[in-house]
Design a protein around this ligand. Structure first.
Ligand SMILES: Nc1ncnc2c1ncn2[C@@H]1O[C@H](COP(=O)(O)OP(=O)(O)OP(=O)(O)O)[C@@H](O)[C@H]1O
Ligand SMILES: [Mg+2]
Length: 259
């Protein structure tokens, strides 16, 4: 199976704190991999290193976009990493609050458009064609996420669960081969979480992308993950199938508890 992301002994220091230590994580095409672990384990820091918000202190992160050769992303800016085909959502939702739902998704899509600033001013045929495609694709995503009837509302006026779904739609609009979701079910009730399960599986199956997911909701993690990567105090303490992780003594002691 093709590997789409390979992190090789990643480390990240914040002053004297070793937030990531020797992290080796591989993600294969089409896999859903969950990253779990207690608060402060380094999960979000790992996402920040993969998506260019932080540069790792040591180690290398390499990605292989479809039909391209492997690229090292250390030191690349977040927008370059998005262009390569990685997209993410944030633990604390980061939408454009004063823009509409539709505009939020269209902004995501614009990174794939090829028209120039001049073409946008003169509104030539290519610009108009791309704008039409952007609109159609954005509406299609909103339809998939059950948000199309809210398309003219301001993002800030959406209920919390819808804001989380909108953030995923915007990330998907960039056409990623790897989608990183940081606690997508946070603040959702069990019914909304179950709907999210179905949506994540559908995205993976229909769009043939890989998904890396940080989540504290163990029911969701156990239901949809192909593999679980467990972190504690910056280190990887286990990596295996949901069944293996559920029965792993070290993981039970560090995170899952006896229940
Ligand atoms: N920008 C930063 N500057 C300094 N320290 C940081 C920074 N970002 C994270 N840390 C520290 O690194 C450690 C790992 O934090 P991180 O946010 O990655 O944890 P997490 O596993 O995502 O936790 P949670 O489940 O609470 O979201 C913590 O001790 C945190 O305080
Ligand atoms: Mg976090």
């Amino acid at each position: 199976m093709k590997t789409v992301l390979r992190s090789d002994k990643i480390g990240k220091n914040f002053g004297g704190l070793r937030a990531l230590d020797n992290i080796d994580l591989n993600i294969n095409q089409g896999e859903i991999v969950a990253v779990i672990g207690p608060n402060g384990a380094g999960k979000t820091t790992l996402f920040n290193c993969i998506t260019g918000m932080h540069e790792p202190t040591d180690g290398k992160i390499k990605v292989t976009p479809p039909e391209k050769t492997e690229v090292c992303v250390n030191g690349l800016k977040p927008n370059k990493i998005t262009e390569l085909g990685l997209a993410r959502t944030f633990q604390n939702i980061r939408l454009f609050n004063k823009m509409t739902v539709l505009q939020n998704v269209m902004v995501g899509r614009h990174c794939r458009n090829k028209n120039t600033f001049l073409e946008a001013i003169i509104r030539n045929a290519r610009f108009k064609r791309e704008e039409k495609q952007t609109l159609e694709y954005s509406l299609h995503l909103l339809e998939t996420f059950g948000l199309v009837e809210h398309r003219h509302q301001l993002a800030e006026n959406l209920p919390y669960a819808d804001q989380r779904r909108l953030e995923i739609s915007r990330a998907l609009a960039t056409d990623p081969f790897l989608l990183l979701l940081d606690e997508p079910a946070a603040g959702m009730n069990p019914h909304e979480t179950f709907e999210l399960d179905q949506l994540i599986l559908k995205i993976r199956d229909e769009k043939k992308i890989s998904i890396l997911l940080i989540e504290h909701d163990m029911k969701l993690v156990m239901r949809i993950s192909d593999r679980i990567f467990v972190m504690n105090q910056g280190k990887n303490i286990a990596d295996g199938s949901p069944q293996e992780i559920r029965n792993n003594e070290t993981v039970i002691q560090a995170y899952l508890g006896v229940e």
